[in-house]
Design a protein. Structure first.
Length: 145
């Protein structure tokens, strides 16, 4: 099983091209509130927000896979488009994408896509995010949560 990986700017282009694709933000409620969230309103779309790990202890959300698989099946998303997974810097989203890919029919695992640069990207030389890589640094639409 192999998930795909893409940069946030390429994901934005894919979301514009295929309205059946879904952006899934797996960060925590604190990140959504204090850091911001992707804004797909210009595409007349909504982001699905579902924590992979719960704040503040960062324990894995035991309901994540079942809830997301239920959502995917209810909306027949795999047959229609890609599932783009987003976290801060591409680590949690990769784990989430792999977990979902393991539950899907093997012929659909390539529809699970990790956004490698995440929402905030990697730290720069001064230890700050949002300057190299990431949804925000790419000047993609976002808003304060």
């Amino acid at each position: 099983m192999k998930i795909r990986e893409m940069m946030s700017s390429d994901v934005w282009s894919s979301l514009k091209e295929n309205p059946a694709s879904q952006l899934i933000d797996v960060r925590t409620t604190a990140e959504w509130s204090y850091v911001g969230v992707p804004d797909l309103s210009s595409l007349n779309r909504e982001v699905l927000f579902l924590e992979w790990a719960r704040f503040p202890d960062m324990a894995k959300n035991p309901e994540f896979v079942d809830r997301l698989v239920g959502f995917i099946e209810e909306h027949n998303l795999v047959a229609k488009g890609d599932l783009f997974f987003l976290c801060r810097s591409g680590v949690r989203s990769k784990a989430a994408a792999n977990a979902i890919a393991q539950r899907l029919d093997p012929s659909h695992t390539e529809r699970c896509v990790n956004i490698t640069d995440g929402f905030e990207g990697d730290c720069d030389s001064t230890g700050h995010r949002n300057t190299i890589g990431g949804w925000r640094a790419a000047a993609l639409p976002w808003r304060q949560g």
